[in-house]
Each structure stands twice: as C-alpha cells, then as structure tokens.
Design a protein around this ligand. Structure first.
Ligand SMILES: O=C(O)[C@H](O)[C@@H](O)[C@H](O)[C@H](O)COP(=O)(O)O
Length: 259
C-alpha cells in the first residue's frame, strides 16, 4: 500500500510555487537516477498555475527537458486551437518556453485531428500511444508514470472521471471517451483510475474551500465510485498538495502560518 501524505500551504500562490519547486527536484533526481522521467499533466487552474510557476522557476533548467516524457491525464475533446484545451494551456504556461523533445510530448487527440469528431477513436488511439511506451517492468499496456499530476472537483472528480459515471466503473480500458461531462466542455478523453494508478507518484493539487469536503472524504477513505479522486493512488506515493482553505475540513494536519 502506498504512503499517503498531505502538505498544506498558506495560499494558492505558495502552493503553486512550492509544487513547482518540488517537481523540479523530483524530476532532476529521477533523471539523475535513470536518465529520463515521465510526467502526466492535468488541466484545471491549479495544475496550470504549477506549470506557470515552473516556467518562472530559477531552477527550471536543472531539468533536462529533452529527456522528459509528457502525457495528459485528461483532455477536453475540442479543436486543437481551442483555449479550453489542456494541451494549449500547458504549452502557453510552460511547454512552449522549454526545450522539450516534440517526439516525447504525447498530447491527446483534438476533435479536429486525425480521428475527427470521434472521441472513442481518439481514446483508443491514445491507449495505443500508452501501450507503445509501456515497458516489460510496467506489467501491462500503460507506462509506469513517474509522476501523475491531478486536480479534483468539489464533488470528487479527478481527471475527467466523475462520480458514478461510466468512467469510474471502467476497469479494462486505460483511456476512455467521456460524454455529458458535468464540468464543461461536455466531451472529453480521460485516463481511467487503473491507468492513473500506474503512476509511481500521484500528486493531488487543489485549493479553495469548495474542495474541502472532497479532500476530507477522500482522506477518510471514501469509495471511488462516489468520490473518484479517492481512487487516485500512486504505486509508491500519494501526495496531497493543498492550501489552507482546501484543508478546512481536516483535523490532524499541520497548518502553516497564514502568509
Ligand atoms: O480538464 C479538467 O478540467 C481537469 O483535468 C480537471 O480534473 C481539473 O483538474 C479539476 O476540475 C480541478 O480544476 P480546478 O483546479 O480549476 O478547480
């Protein structure tokens, strides 16, 4: 069973900056140990804020960006140039400003891409991308991601896996199409919980009082069908990086002084 840790920050800005610093250190250590690293990105305001802080970090280029494999945990199934795209937001926040290897940036298909407006075909194609990059030691068709970044919704969704949705019951396929998402836009592509749990480290990043119930319920052991984020666990480590307001319903956790 992996270790679950919670670190609380005084405010969202500090959380994003500290998470970016933590990411730099972890990626540098991984690359020193094995010559490369793999990272799953997330959409959402907190996930993108971490990338923006990473772009601004003085230690940014300690990471060998050319030896980083980048994936997404989910994507909005919209045209490639739509501002709603997690990939577009990630490129503007960070990826267009660092020398990543384009061959190692694995974006999920857009609705105006080679699979057209067919989210099932797009999901199956991304599953093939994952399978191509899985190694024997991963024991399956999904790479053992070094770090999986995830946000969460107030009702407990993570990636595009929503409570009691078909996605949360999916145990075979690593990537699925999501329709009628309660969070717009309605059509998405998402890794499933089994795929996310291939991550060695899963980092859950969130801020705000609207997330406090979901945080407390997940850490209290809620079931993943009603609270999908509760099922987002790493093989080695599950790390919650939250601000004081998102920690508002937690009792025995260290709270830093408000900054
Ligand atoms: O594509 C998405 O919308 C995200 O992947 C989603 O899972 C997001 O991370 C959460 O909804 C939190 O979003 P906020 O941080 O903006 O609340």
């Amino acid at each position: 069973m992996s270790a679950t840790e919670v670190v609380v920050y005084a405010n969202p800005e500090l959380l994003a900056a500290a998470a970016a610093a933590r990411l730099v250190t972890r990626l540098v250590d991984l690359q020193a140990a094995k010559g490369s690293a793999s990272l799953v990105l997330t959409g959402g305001t907190t996930g993108i804020a971490v990338l923006e802080q990473l772009h601004r970090s003085p230690a940014r280029d300690a990471v060998d960006w050319s030896r980083l494999d980048l994936y997404w945990g989910d994507e909005r199934f919209v045209p490639a140039d739509d501002d709603e795209r997690n990939e577009k937001q990630a490129r503007e926040a960070l990826l267009d400003h660092v020398p990543v290897d384009p061959e190692r940036v694995h974006a999920m298909p857009a609705s105006d891409g080679e699979f057209g407006d067919d989210p099932d075909a797009a999901a199956e194609a991304y599953a093939r991308v994952l399978a191509r990059h899985a190694r024997p030691e991963d024991h399956g068709a999904v790479p053992g991601f070094d770090i999986v970044l995830l946000g969460l919704g107030g009702e407990g969704h993570t990636a595009s896996i929503f409570p009691e949705s078909p996605a949360v019951y999916e145990t075979q396929r690593p990537v699925i199409a999501v329709r009628n998402s309660p969070k717009p836009p309605p059509t998405r592509i998402s890794l499933t919980l089994p795929a996310l749990r291939q991550g060695h480290d899963v980092w859950l990043l969130t801020t705000g009082a609207t997330k406090a119930d979901a945080v407390a319920l997940a850490l209290a052991g809620a079931g993943e069908v009603q609270l999908p984020v509760a099922g987002a666990r790493g093989r080695r480590r599950t790390l919650w990086l939250i601000d004081r307001t998102a920690a508002g319903k937690l009792s025995n956790v260290y709270l830093p002084p408000t900054a």
